[in-house]
Design a binder for this molecule. Sequence first.
Ligand SMILES: *Cc1c(COP(=O)(O)O)cnc(C)c1O
Length: 402
Amino acid sequence: MAFPGRNAVRKQGGMAQDMVKYCPDDRWAWVEIDLDAVRENTRAFKSHLEPGVKMMCAVKADAYGHGAVKCTKAMHSAGADQFAVATVAEGVELRKAGITWPILMLGQPPIEAINTILEYDIMPSVYSTEFALAYGERAAALDKIGRYHLAIDTGMTRIGVLPEDVVEFRHMIDFHRGIRCAGTFTHFATADVVGDWDFRQQARRFTTAVQALKEAGYETGLVHCDNTPGTVLHPELHNDMCRVGIGLYGLHPADTTVKRIQLKPVMSVRARVTRAIYPAVGEGVGYGLTYRIPTPNIQIATVPIGYADGLARSLSNRMDVLVHGRRARQVGRICMDQFMFAVDTSKLGYRPADPVQEGDVVTVIGTDGDERITADETARLRDTINYEVTCNFGMRLQKVYV
Ligand SMILES: *Cc1c(COP(=O)(O)O)cnc(C)c1O
C-alpha cells in the first residue's frame, strides 16, 4: 500500500482529518493548543470579578501542559494581571521570553536560589524567617527591595505560616529594609465543595489573620485566596486578587462549577495512524499479548503516542480513541511511544471494509465530528483529575498553537 503524504488525506467521516495540517514534519503526533479558547476562558473569569479585583493566572507546570509562554501572553492580552509559577526555572523561562508582568512563585525557593529570583524579579512565597532574612540581606546588598507574598497555612497543611503566628512572623522580619510584603495569601483544600465546614473554617482563619496583620500595622499587599472553584463559587472571598488555574484551560475543577461558568477546552491530542492491518483470529497485540483478535474483520491500527507522551499505561485496554468521527477501543498494552486500537470493520457498514489507513488522524483528546473525548473522561478512567491528564500530555508531544 502506498504511504500517503500529508496532502493525500482521505476525506471520510469526522472533522479531525482537517487537523492533519497541524501535524509536525518529524512526528505523526501533536498537541493542539487553542489560544482563542485561552483568551475566551480568561475573559469569562474576568467577567466574574468586580472591577479592580486583579487576576493571577496559574501557569505552573508549563501552563498545566499547555505551554507557559504562549498561554501567559494570551491570558495577559485578555486582561490577566499577574502570573503564578511553581519553580524558579518556570519563572526564569517566562522572563527569558520577555514577559515583564508580576510573577509569583507558589512556594518558597531554596536560599541558594535567591540570587536568581532577584535577578529575574520572581516574587517568592515566604513562610520561614531564615529565608525571609537571607532574601532581605541579598536584596539590600544589591540595592534592591525583595518583594514577597506571605503564605498562610489555614488548614491545608502544605505551606505557610500558621494563622496564630503571622503577626509574630512579620514582627521578626519586618525590620529588614531589604524586603517588602507585596501580598498575603492562603490556599483552600476544599473550595470546590459547596457548603463545606472545613472551607468555611479556612476562610475564617484567613480573614482573621489578615485582620490581625492590619490591626498590628503591617502592610499586607494584595490579599488573595480564591483558586478556580473559589473564584466561581465564593465571590465574597475574591479580596484583591483571584488565582485562577485549571479553568483557564477550559476544564472544570469539579462538577460544582459546571453550571456557573462556560468554558472551552484548550487542548486536543492527535496523531496519525502509522500502520493498519487485519491480523488473523487469535493473534495477540502488544507487550504481554493482553488482547487477542476475537473475530475476522478486526483491523489493528498503530498510533505513535505512548506513556512517555503522557498517555498513562493504566489506560491500556480501557480507553477509546476517535477516528473518522467514531469511537474505537484501544487494545493491548500502551507502549512507551506507541499504542494500538481495534476497528471492527464488520460493524461499520462501509464497503469496501477498509475504514482506517496509514495517515488517518486519530483523536486521543478532543472533538472529531459529533464525538468528543474529554480530559475528564481520560481522568476518570485513570482514577485521577483532568489537571494531571493535561500536565502529562505536555511532557514530550510537540505543541501546535492554533
Ligand atoms: C495551582 C494553584 C492555584 C490554581 O489552582 P486551580 O485549581 O487550577 O485554579 C491557585 N493557588 C495555588 C497556591 C496553587 O498552587
